[in-house]
Design a protein around this ligand. Structure first.
Ligand code: HEM
Ligand code: FPP
Length: 318
């Protein structure tokens, strides 16, 4: 039973409490879908769809985006079902609906599987089966490759498993064109190389949680110093890679200029992480302030970069 359901059981429960019960339960089901992470996943999918050549009826386009959102959420629900043991011991995740006992694990699994099937079917019927297949592949990648296989086995988990989160712009592109072409692969590559700096910046200040849960994230296994080095290496790859849309003629100079400036800020932010004052073991002496700032900026970076890609195409018609 949810907290509010328990609270509302008292004789002094105010009128309208039943609505409160429903709302808190709905909130828990929505939390299973990891809506905050999903927002950027959906945005990159939307940009993939907007920059693709060709035309998709607005209702079908909206349906395709809904399918990406539902599929990402469904994969998140299955991830929470599988990870309920480690989520329970990590401070950041202990309050999630399953470890907190507000939603039964089996119900969350059924919810995730049902939504996964529905999103793939609807995507296939509304757009095409190439987009549906890539959507199914990204759910499978996140659930089977990342969550069930790599996450608990290797510090390279998010490098390989991170591909799951790079598929959405490719899915948006395929929804319009029915193909996975070079442009779609370039967008995939940008999110793919962005993921390690994004996640490892967070893991630098959240590694206590992962250590407690026995998850072999890079700072736990190789230490903060090596993590900083790898963050920097992936950032050095990402900044020039983000210029590729202009290089291959998929976007114009306006996007290229935006990517250049954003890349400069990204490198500066990650350089601060690399140069953060450390003790002999590589532990930060600044309470990981640069890593926290870099994690936040990674999200702004990807959002603005993809917004620039869409704006370039829509405004300048590159
Ligand atoms: C394997 C790859 C990835 C891992 C392991 C990862 C991990 C995380 C974690 C642990 C958080 C902390 C917030 C939370 O508790 O949910 C987070 C936040 C976030 N991630 Fe990622 N992430 C990955 C890929 C992505 C991708 C591909 C996107 C979008 C394109 C993304 C977007 C976000 C956003 C927007 C937030 C902030 C959510 C908030 O405001 O709380 N992540 N990520
Ligand atoms: C269309 C489709 C299926 C897209 C998949 C997008 C997606 C869910 C990408 C992965 C991003 C993510 C939430 C990682 C969290 O890792 P984690 O599960 O280790 O984080 P946690 O510790 O917060 O559970």
């Amino acid at each position: 039973m949810s907290d509010s359901a328990i609270k509302s059981g008292g004789a002094s429960a105010p009128l309208g409490t039943s609505t409160d019960i429903d709302l808190s339960e709905v909130r828990d089901w929505i939390a299973l879908l990891k809506p905050r992470v999903m927002s950027l996943v959906v945005f990159t999918g939307l940009v993939g769809l907007l920059v693709a050549p060709g035309h998709l009826h607005p209702v079908l386009a909206a349906t395709a985006i809904l399918c990406i959102a539902v599929a990402a959420g469904a994969a998140g629900a299955i991830n929470m079902w599988y990870d309920r043991d480690i989520d329970a011991v990590m401070r950041r995740t202990a309050g999630r609906p399953i470890p907190a006992g507000r939603i039964r694990a089996s119900s969350a699994l059924a919810f995730g599987v049902l939504l996964s099937l529905a999103s793939v079917m609807l995507m296939g019927l509304a757009t095409n089966w190439v987009a549906a297949a890539v959507l199914a592949g990204s759910i499978g990648f996140y659930v089977f490759i990342y969550t069930m296989w790599l996450k608990r086995r290797t510090p390279q988990n998010i490098v390989i498993g991170g591909a799951a989160g790079a598929f959405p712009p490719m899915i948006g592109w395929a929804a319009v064109t029915g193909q996975v072409s070079l442009e779609a692969m370039v967008m995939f590559a940008i999110v793919f190389f962005w993921t390690p700096p994004h996640f490892w910046a967070l893991s630098l200040f959240a590694h206590g949680d992962y250590q407690r849960a026995g998850v072999p994230m890079l700072p736990v296994v190789a230490g903060p110093k090596e993590t900083r080095r790898q963050i920097w290496l992936y950032s050095l790859l990402l900044a020039p890679l983000a210029l590729l849309p202009t290089v291959i003629g998929m976007a114009g100079l306006a996007y290229g200029a935006a990517a250049l400036v954003l890349g400069g800020f990204f490198l500066e932010s990650m350089w601060r992480v690399k140069r953060d004052a450390q003790d002999a073991e590589g532990r930060s002496l600044t309470n990981d302030a640069p890593a926290r700032a870099a994690f936040r900026f990674s999200i702004i970076y990807l959002f603005v970069l993809f917004a620039a890609l869409a704006a370039d195409r829509l405004v300048f018609g590159a």
